[in-house]
Design a protein around this ligand. Structure first.
Ligand SMILES: C[S@@+](CC[C@H](N)C(=O)[O-])C[C@H]1O[C@@H](n2cnc3c(N)ncnc32)[C@H](O)[C@@H]1O
Length: 341
């Protein structure tokens, strides 16, 4: 056996860590589903109390929590009591940047089934979720409103986390009206309008999604400046805005559908209007793992893709638009500005 110990390099351990990554992800999701972080909000608790509150098997809940404490999500003291760490605070459901919705979305059973079908995608190029679920994820979430609500909450977390960079990167104050197409429950639009009191907004998304917007807009104090417009962006978006925002929209769709969305926006655009696309631009070979794994997420789940700079140019050109430029606004996001040509 001599010689093989020499091969226990950091790469061996790193690769095994990657292979077993799902264990940690799954454990965090279960803790989120049980609402453990909320139960720890007021201070440390023992497992007996946590198990009673979550109707769990106490010795097994202990094994889950001690594993999560070993990677910094919770802290375990010598008396077997658990408390929140700075990381675990993000699992609280009342945290403005709560990771509870992403933990429950990415770890949801239907997403696992989709990822389990990754081999199907790789063999055929088809969307794994569609194959595994029999419908696309949008239809699945329509049929399962509890999962739709978790998805919308995930988007709110992401929007709150990265809107500040978007707002700082572009002068939204020059517009009279900004339409957020596929704007979810309005967290991005709320950030834009809160920074620019002279700007009005239009929020366009599926009817059952914008139903959740009033509370978000009200909390941001911008409700009186927003028109909520249920819309199907494959058919029509409201006319008359000076800028059309598309945040994390086009990467959800294959090229032909993405072009259809852009053409709908182009049809609503005035002669001096701007199209503001916020999505990833794929980095060079061997770099940018966040975007390249987001691309796999799009392949498996929504059926879309992340795009390189030249791919973005081709895509917008097919919709009669031309790119003016692109600015990074986050680890997996660029702001791509386009106009009608
Ligand atoms: C990835 S989310 C992005 C939400 C929001 N822009 C953000 O960044 O937080 C994609 C959005 O597209 C919306 N969507 C999907 N199909 C749609 C359709 N046919 N018409 C309008 N909106 C749609 C979804 O409801 C969802 O809110």
């Amino acid at each position: 056996m001599t010689g093989q110990a020499d091969q226990l390099t950091p790469e061996y351990h790193a690769l095994l860590g990657i292979v077993r990554g799902y264990e940690r992800s799954r454990a965090v999701t279960v803790a989120a589903e049980l609402g453990i972080a909320d139960l720890l909000r007021d201070g440390p608790r023992d497992v007996a109390g946590l198990a009673a509150a979550t109707e769990s098997h106490a010795p097994t809940l202990y094994r889950l929590l001690r594993a999560l404490a070993a990677i910094g999500v919770f802290a375990e003291d010598d008396d077997g009591r658990f408390s929140l760490t700075p990381m675990g605070e993000y699992l609280r459901r009342d945290h403005p940047l709560s990771v509870d919705p992403p933990a429950r979305m990415f770890g949801a059973d239907y997403e696992w089934r989709a990822w389990g079908d990754l081999p199907h995608s790789v063999r055929t190029g088809e969307t794994a979720a569609q194959h595994a679920l029999g419908v696309d994820v949008w239809e699945y979430r329509r049929r399962h409103p509890e999962h739709g609500a978790i998805f919308d909450a995930t988007m709110r977390t992401f929007s709150r986390a990265d809107s500040a960079r978007l707002v700082a990167a572009h002068d939204f104050g020059r517009y009279g009206c900004v339409a957020d197409v596929g704007g979810g429950t309005g967290a991005v639009l709320a950030a834009v309008l809160a920074a620019h009191p002279g700007v009005r907004g239009v929020l366009a998304d599926q009817e059952h999604v914008v139903a959740g917007a009033p509370a978000v807009l009200c909390e941001a104090g911008v409700s009186d400046r927003v028109t909520i417009a249920p819309a199907d962006f494959f058919h029509r978006v409201p006319r008359g805005a000076d800028a059309y925002l598309l945040v994390r929209i086009l990467h959800d769709w294959p090229d032909d559908e993405a072009v259809r969305i852009l053409r709908t926006v182009r049809a609503a655009l005035g002669p001096h209007g701007r199209v503001l696309i916020v999505d990833a631009v794929v980095g060079p070979p061997g770099e940018d793992p966040l975007t390249k794994f987001l691309d796999l997420m799009m392949l498996v789940s929504a059926g879309g893709r992340e795009r390189t700079g030249p791919e973005w140019q081709d895509l917008v050109a097919r919709a009669g638009l031309g790119l003016l430029g692109s600015t990074p606004v986050g680890p997996t996001r660029h702001l791509l500005e386009a106009v009608a040509v």
